[in-house]
Design a protein around this ligand. Structure first.
Ligand SMILES: Nc1ncnc2c1ncn2[C@@H]1O[C@H](COP(=O)(O)OP(=O)(O)OP(=O)(O)O)[C@@H](O)[C@H]1O
Ligand SMILES: [Mg+2]
Length: 434
């Protein structure tokens, strides 16, 4: 299996060339353009920093001695505050050693005059190293995250199992009470008939004594038998309904956590969606209605249901946050008080069998994603949420599970202010996994 193809080391972001010499700026621009890179220029360190604040660059190549702010001071600030890699170009006159330059945070240095090949080689090396570093960090994060999820899964399965036993006997006992009470009611009804008959016969000096009849009469008033007779069955039925709901949740929790299922198995993705919708109810029920439109023609496919559950859960939770954000914005716009009639949102999950793949479409009527950040949402640690609410890992995991582990595809369509749709395509593979 070869999903981990070699990654290109090209940067798709422009490179920033910083030099006070127009001829050097032109030369480097030409070299970069011939090597397939786009670039922009700045005349000194200060201007470079201003540019870096405005937009993202893949790399900075800077001279050392420049007016206003020299290359080393700029490097220190850039590396510390923005984390962008810098390659320093040193001149003949004030020559710095490699160590001096690296101590300021530069990734590499090159001595003027240099050949185009040498410059391009160094750029490629720095970019490749950065890419490797990023991937190592991503891999580490994903591993830590999946270990965390696995232990949460085991915990959930354990809790589900623990709850199962008491709920079982609460259910059995309630059923027993329900049935016994029906017998009791029939018996009491018969006794009441007897009591009525006895009262009508009061003149007759039968074997019943008046004191006993009075006592029965008081007891009937005190227990309000008619009320109990009406309400008790209702209370018991509600209890039984609650028990069966809890049983459903426990089943969903068990299905969701799939303890130990680290490999692909045959599963129906509709089941994943159903159990995830059940266990995440507490997330969505306050902000949105969740509508499922699940294709009954979906076959079982080889997949990792535990992982796909995580995918659906992450997307549902994001949708809830986006809907809450939009409600918040609306409230601010309209100057309303908290709790006023901001409309509930909607989350929809639709599945379709496409002959060779399952398409899962998840839409929300939330705040949407602006074009500026839509490219970044799958990056690990990218979040627009406050500390404690988001870590920026959710969609990175989604991508890793769908794209790397299931060879699938993800598309995002979003309209700021209107909502977002994620379309996941999970291909069905042969039973040997090819
Ligand atoms: N349905 C959505 N609507 C609007 N914005 C979204 C939606 N889904 C994701 N985003 C944006 O993408 C960012 C990254 O999402 P991601 O799930 O990776 O991280 P997070 O939700 O911020 O944190 P975490 O999932 O780790 O708790 C979010 O902070 C948000 O800005
Ligand atoms: Mg998230």
């Amino acid at each position: 299996m070869t999903d981990q193809s070699e990654k290109p080391t090209q940067t798709y972001l422009p490179i920033l060339i910083v030099d006070d010499e127009p001829s050097i700026r032109r030369l480097v621009t030409r070299i970069l353009s011939e090597a397939g890179y786009t670039s922009e220029v700045a005349c000194d360190g200060r201007e470079a920093i201003e540019k870096l604040k405005q937009k993202s660059f893949g790399l900075v190549i800077a001279d050392i001695s420049m007016p206003v702010m020299d290359g080393l001071a700029m490097t220190e600030e850039v590396v510390r505050t923005m984390g962008t890699e810098v390659i320093i170009m040193t001149g003949k006159i004030n020559r710095f050693s490699y160590d001096q330059v690296v101590a300021k945070g530069a990734s590499d240095y090159i001595q003027k005059p240099f050949s185009p090949e040498e410059l391009v080689l160094r750029i490629e090396r720095v970019l490749r190293e950065r890419q490797l570093k990023k991937e190592a960090i991503r891999h580490q994060n994903e591993q830590a995250q999946s270990q965390r999820l696995e232990s949460i899964g085991q915990l959930a399965a354990g809790i589900a199992h623990e709850i199962n036993t008491p709920i079982q006997y609460i259910g059995d006992n309630t059923t027993f009470i329900r049935e016994s009470f029906d017998d009791l009611r029939r018996m009491i009804r018969t006794l009441l008939d007897l009591y009525d008959a006895a009262r009508e016969n009061r003149g007759d000096p039968g074997p019943l004594d008046q004191g006993l009849l009075d006592r029965v009469s008081t007891a009937l008033e005190e227990t309000d038998f008619e009320f109990v007779n009406e309400e008790l069955p209702v209370a018991i039925d509600q209890t039984l309904e609650g028990v069966s709901r809890i049983k459903e949740i426990i089943k969903a929790m068990k299905d969701f956590s799939h303890p130990g299922a680290t490999d692909h198995t045959l599963a129906n993705i509709n089941d994943c969606i159903q159990s995830t919708a059940t266990i995440s109810k507490n997330e969505w029920k306050y902000v949105a209605d969740l509508e499922l439109d699940l294709d009954p023609a979906l076959p079982e496919i080889r997949c990792n249901p535990g992982e796909l559950n995580q995918v659906i859960l992450n997307i549902i939770v994001n949708a809830c946050h986006a809907i809450a954000d939009r409600q918040e914005e609306k409230r601010e716009d309209e100057g309303r008080q908290e709790g006023n009639d901001t409309k509930r949102g909607k989350i929809g999950i639709r599945t379709r069998w496409q002959g060779k793949a399952v398409e899962i479409r998840i839409f929300d009527t939330g705040a949407g994603i602006s074009e500026k950040i839509v490219e970044k949402i799958f990056d690990p640690f990218f979040t627009t949420k406050e500390i404690g609410k988001g870590t920026g890992q959710g969609l990175a995991i989604v991508r890793s599970i769908v794209v790397n582990r299931h060879h699938g595809r993800i598309q995002v369509h979003s309209r700021p202010g209107r909502g977002t749709t994620f379309v996941l395509t999970i291909p069905a593979t042969d039973s040997d996994g090819s």
